[in-house]
Design a protein around this ligand. Structure first.
Ligand SMILES: Cc1cc2nc3c(=O)[nH]c(=O)nc-3n(C[C@H](O)[C@H](O)[C@H](O)COP(=O)(O)OP(=O)(O)OC[C@H]3O[C@@H](n4cnc5c(N)ncnc54)[C@H](O)[C@@H]3O)c2cc1C
Ligand SMILES: NC(=O)c1ccc[n+]([C@@H]2O[C@H](COP(=O)([O-])OP(=O)(O)OC[C@H]3O[C@@H](n4cnc5c(N)ncnc54)[C@H](OP(=O)(O)O)[C@@H]3O)[C@@H](O)[C@H]2O)c1
Length: 277
């Protein structure tokens, strides 16, 4: 017999969906929420036992607040081995999803479509020595997944994550994540001395300033990291940012002789949009 005082699995009593959950989505419980700025937050949800994905992929998420909920693409920021799912999110004023999503709290329900996809996966790159993960803003989210996956260090000797944001506070998520990663029993030892984080700002004064694109073009990025300029023989790259950032970064990498790859045709770099618009 069902006890009326016990909520059904994954649906908190204070957030019981008023609308039917479509068949092709999971309804998961919010476990943790952390706000970084008035525009950025991170949240973790329960992971359905049958949900499998490759580190770096994205999935569509929504809220059970309408008969036909708004779904948006989100990079999964947690690694494929994690028993929870993490997302790093923007808060867009009047954004159809994020004006509500930014108010979620532990116990609430988030909808997640069952099929993950994406090109920012290790399988889409040919073997190399050094992997660059180049991002702006929330484009760092897929890289938060990949830097926590042991496979990244099995395939590459050196891993360099670059994130350019307007302000210092926007760099907090990845900065804290990398610092904590070094203490992680599973990945910490593999990442030590091989994972490097290079954060830069463009508006607020910081110790490292400039767009990732300008820093690559001038060579300052490589000089600051103490590595040679990009070489298609050994260097591989993943790009995630705005459309303008992607286009510029792509042409810079192509100038170095790197070639764009995909799941069905691995090559020396891959790209994914961090948002539409
Ligand atoms: C492949 C893919 C992966 C994505 N992964 C993430 C992710 O991990 N985290 C995340 O926050 N968003 C991600 N997005 C963007 C996300 O799908 C939504 O656009 C975002 O959540 C805002 O939804 P919204 O309905 O509130 O506003 P929308 O109507 O979707 O967007 C309104 C406007 O806000 C701006 N905007 C939207 N998203 C962003 C963003 N992330 N950063 C800066 N400006 C933005 C754009 O100018 C856009 O036109 C991804 C998009 C794509 C295509
Ligand atoms: N972040 C904020 O504080 C803020 C506040 C209000 C509204 N918005 C709006 O929200 C949207 C997204 O803002 P966002 O800051 O998340 O993302 P964004 O505008 O894409 O900027 C993120 C970072 O990427 C840099 N960048 C922009 N274009 C680039 C390019 N072609 N190549 C390399 N780097 C590039 C930016 O540098 P630059 O600083 O040099 O552009 C910034 O450091 C924008 O439409 C923006 O107008 C943002």
């Amino acid at each position: 017999m069902t006890n009326p005082n016990i909520a059904p699995p994954n649906i908190a009593p204070n957030a019981a969906p008023a609308f039917a959950i479509p068949d092709n989505v999971f309804a998961e419980t919010v476990l943790d929420v952390q706000h970084y700025t008035d525009r950025l937050f991170r949240f973790r949800i329960s992971r359905p036992a049958s949900f499998r994905f490759r580190s770096g992929e994205f999935v569509m998420i929504g809220l059970p607040n309408a008969d036909k909920p708004v779904f948006r693409a989100y990079s999964i920021a947690s690694p494929s081995w994690d028993d929870e799912i993490e997302f790093f999110s923007i808060k867009v004023e009047n954004g159809p999803l994020t004006e509500h999503l930014q108010r979620i709290k532990p116990g609430d329900t988030v909808l997640m479509r069952k099929k993950p996809t994406g090109t920012l996966v290790l399988d889409a790159l040919t073997p190399g020595k050094r992997l660059y993960m180049l991002s702006t803003g929330t484009g760092v989210a897929p890289f938060a997944s990949l830097v926590r996956d042991p496979e990244t260090y099995e395939k590459f000797e050196d891993v360099i994550v670059v994130q350019t944001c307007r302000d210092i506070a926007e760099l907090t998520y990845i900065t804290e994540l990398v610092a904590n990663l070094m203490e992680d029993p599973l990945v910490g030892e593999m990442a030590a001395g091989r994972l490097r984080l290079h954060t830069t700002t463009t508006r607020q004064v910081f110790e490292r300033m400039g767009r990732v694109t300008d820093l690559m073009r001038s060579g300052k990025l490589f000089a600051d990291l103490g590595v040679p300029s990009m070489n298609p023989e050994v260097d591989r790259a993943m790009i995630c940012g705005s459309m303008a950032m992607i286009n510029e970064t792509k042409s810079i990498l192509e100038g170095f002789g790197l070639v764009e790859g995909a799941n069905n045709a691995p090559a020396s770099f891959v790209v994914e949009r961090a948002f539409v618009g």
